[in-house]
Design a protein around this ligand. Structure first.
Ligand code: B16
Ligand code: MG
Length: 220
């Protein structure tokens, strides 16, 4: 049976659906710059850092932009994004998330947040989730974005677990790559089509009870 010491949760797309707020904020910037940006384009931004996301948006335009302009665009997008997330509340925690976090506590399994977002702290405040995590690793603590394993390895380190005893819950292809590179079991949240690299995929935490999920991982 697999020993689970730490469960590491990605934030955007796993704990809450902030992808839609990222989309609104990027689209607002795209509209101002005359760049057509669709929800399908937004899929490519999931789990990708802010500056890499900006590069993807700007690649949809035939203009080139100076580095200084790019920095101000990223700031503009983030200002809009922070406006959206500042209005969030705990009703936006995705179904089943609290049950899994609480079940981990009950089972003596440590919990860590593993997000590359620099805004994770604001979201944890709004959703009142700080008490549920033994470690919070976010974009302010890591240098390298996913698919680099840094964010997850730090989560393992701060909770005193070897990577092989950690499980990562992730909704992005790049995030699953990062978990695998860290030597951790990677559970995809979403569709098998979008996450063919995951060890196994569930549609969401509401798909089964927390007990069933943890038992499935232990037997994997
Ligand atoms: P920020 P995660 C990621 O968060 C998002 O999936 C990605 O879309 C976003 O660009 C990135 O955070 C950076 O976010 O601009 O707030 O620093 O999925 O790793 O929790
Ligand atoms: Mg994510």
């Amino acid at each position: 049976m697999r020993e689970i010491k730490t469960c590491i949760f990605d934030m955007d797309g796993v704990i809450c659906d902030t992808a839609k707020y990222h989309f609104y904020a990027w689209k607002k910037l795209g509209d101002r710059l005359g760049i057509v940006f669709t929800e399908q384009d937004n899929e490519r931004l999931k789990g990708v850092s802010r500056m890499e996301s900006l590069e993807i948006l700007l690649s949809l335009s035939d203009r080139t932009y100076a580095e200084e302009e790019k920095l101000s665009f990223a700031e503009e997008k983030n200002k809009n994004y922070v406006d959206y997330i500042s209005a969030m509340d705990k009703n936006e925690i995705l179904p089943g998330v609290l049950e899994v976090l609480e079940y981990c506590r009950k089972e003596g399994i440590k919990t860590a947040l593993g997000s590359v977002s620099k805004n994770a702290g604001i979201i944890l405040d709004r959703l009142k989730l700080w008490p549920y995590f033994d470690a919070v690793i976010d974009g302010t603590k890591v240098v390298r974005a996913k698919p680099d394993p840094e964010v997850f390895l730090k989560g393992a380190g701060e909770t005193g677990a070897e990577p092989s005893c950690c499980v990562v819950f992730e909704d992005a292809y790049t995030g699953i790559e990062a978990a695998r590179a860290a030597g951790m079991l990677a559970v995809g949240i979403g569709s098998e089509q979008a996450l063919p690299n995951a060890d196994f995929v569930i549609r969401g935490f509401e798909e089964m009870s927390a007990e069933q999920l943890i038992n499935r991982i232990r037997q994997f």
